[in-house]
Unconditional design. Structure first.
Length: 249
């Protein structure tokens, strides 16, 4: 596979301490970028650092803050501005949720999942999109729950949040008009706290590489796309510059 090229670039991974975020951070570092990761918990930055190869972790910069609130995201943006701006953002914020059937769980439970799983996508984009330099890229990660035909009652709130996330990202793409480029990767794979989960059709490294590719000048013509990444050969075609119709949404 061709490694995406981001030498000299500065990227930020919102949610970079998480299961998917780790692979985004690792791939962006392998592509040569300096990578900023905000977190509410410094211990999570240290765990992320400990998982990275020693020759990569020196280009990781942790930032203290909460990207999931408007005030917290503004504080993170101020720190990023002081560090000189961004060439790429990858957002893997928010977490999976499963609970009692959606109506039985009640409105407060629904509201708390929507607030926790959807709002951070707004606050992160509102604060970080303006910091992207010309030619920059903003890429979000989403899951299949908002796209499948059969929606289980226990995953109703997260399915609603992820479907709304996708519509929000497409609206932001329309607003930027392509500079920065704005895309969403829907990951049909399973990542856990210790890496790729058994049975996952895709390895986290391949997901990370496609996220780094979407962040790089090699993807300069990709904007406003919802990329459903399902198979290793699809990832390979994208990285080799041989994407077929449907590979990129
Ligand atoms: N894991 C999978 O197999 C999988 C599959 C398909 C799609 N996805 C999607 O990928 C994204 C990330 O999943 P994940 O498994 O990596 O989740 P995760 O391990 O829980 O990590 C998410 C990260 O986002 C930050 N975060 C979470 N909720 C937040 C909030 N309300 N406000 C601010 N920051 C928040 C946290 O950072 P700090 O605590 O450090 O601040 C956390 O490390 C989700 O959108 C998920 O739907 C995941």
């Amino acid at each position: 596979m061709n490694t995406p090229q981001l030498a000299g670039a500065t990227a930020l991974v919102a949610g970079g301490t998480g299961n998917v975020g780790y692979f985004a951070v690792d791939a962006l570092l392998r592509a040569g970028a300096e990578v900023l990761v905000p977190s509410r918990d410094p211990a999570k930055i240290e765990r992320l650092r400990s998982r990275l190869a020693p020759d990569l972790e020196s280009r990781l910069l942790g930032l203290r803050g909460d990207i999931g609130t408007a005030a917290g995201a503004r504080e993170i943006a101020a720190q990023v501005r002081d560090a000189g701006g961004l060439d790429a953002v990858v957002s893997t914020v928010t977490s999976w949720h499963q609970g009692p059937p959606v109506l039985a769980a009640g409105f407060d439970a629904f509201r708390s999942v929507i607030e926790a799983a959807l709002y951070p996508h707004f606050t992160a984009a509102e604060a970080l999109v303006p910091l992207l330099r010309p030619g920059g890229a903003y890429t979000t990660v989403n899951g299949p729950a908002g796209f499948v035909d059969q929606v289980g009652a226990q995953v109703g709130p997260i399915a609603a949040a992820t479907a709304a996330q996708n519509r929000l990202v497409l609206a932001i793409a329309d607003e930027t008009g392509g500079d920065p480029r704005v895309n969403e990767l829907v990951m049909w794979a399973y990542m856990g706290p210790n890496g790729t989960r058994p049975g996952s059709p895709l390895r986290g490294e391949a997901v990370g590489d496609v996220l780094a590719w979407l962040s790089s000048p090699a993807a300069k013509d990709v904007h406003g796309a919802t990329v459903h990444l399902r198979q290793p050969d699809q990832a390979q075609r994208i990285l080799d510059g041989q994407a077929r119709q449907g590979d990129l949404g």
